[in-house]
Design a protein around this ligand. Structure first.
Ligand code: ZN
Length: 148
């Protein structure tokens, strides 16, 4: 009985080791609109070692009126990042900076698209993550959950 338990444990740990070395890039596409919205409220990252994220502004309005970016951080850092981006101002594209930012696209105007790639190793299990837009006022509505 003890021997078979050991075999099971050994078998399970080999699965854990092999899944850790396995790499998978997942394509994630998010649209942002002139109606100040993302087309999704959830970004799933389970089973992915890397995310290739494409943000497309499918509207027509210029960046100054209805600019959108997509920033990912821990839920607990979101408020500070939005405040920093607002302070950075339009001249700096409401940049969220780099502190506590897991990933960020640039600010896009209508018709623009950007693709970024980032590793999911930046996520810590047990922490809640959000994706949001740092254009002033947008993160109240343009926000969603990143699931691990
Ligand atoms: Zn926005």
């Amino acid at each position: 009985m003890k021997l078979s338990m050991r075999l099971v444990v050994g078998f399970l740990s080999s699965i854990v080791i092999s899944s850790a070395s396995y790499s998978k890039t997942c394509d994630v596409a998010v649209d942002a609109t002139d109606a100040m919205s993302f087309n999704t409220k959830v970004m799933a990252t389970a089973g992915c070692t890397e995310i290739k994220l494409t943000l497309k502004h499918v509207g027509k309005l210029p960046k100054a009126a209805m600019g959108h970016n997509l920033v990912i951080s821990a839920e607990s850092d979101m408020k500070n990042i939005v405040t920093a981006a607002t302070k950075a101002g339009f001249a700096k594209d409401y940049s969220p900076g780099t502190e506590h930012v897991i990933a960020a696209t640039k600010l896009l105007g209508g018709g623009e698209t950007e693709t970024i790639t980032f590793p999911t190793s930046k996520f810590k299990k047990g922490t809640k993550y959000k994706f949001f837009c740092t254009f002033p006022g947008h993160s109240a509505i343009m926000v969603g959950d990143v699931t691990l």
